[in-house]
Design a protein around this ligand. Sequence first.
Ligand code: SF4
Length: 67
Amino acid sequence: MAITRVWVEDNCITCGTSESLCPELFKVDHDIGKATILGGVDFAPIEDKIREAAECCPVEAIQYEEG
Ligand code: SF4
């Protein structure tokens, strides 16, 4: 199934892992203390990286929906 939506929960600890693994989509914002999702990104070519980032997040803050 294709990833249709990605978001970051508020328990993000801004460790930077998601941005390192998938900079096309994740950007740590230290001002708000959370990783953010960049807009206008096509998930299809980076699905494996999104899944890897979600698996590697130490606090399981990355969530996604598939459809
Ligand atoms: S890997 Fe998880 S805790 Fe680390 S910056 Fe990304 S969302 Fe936040």
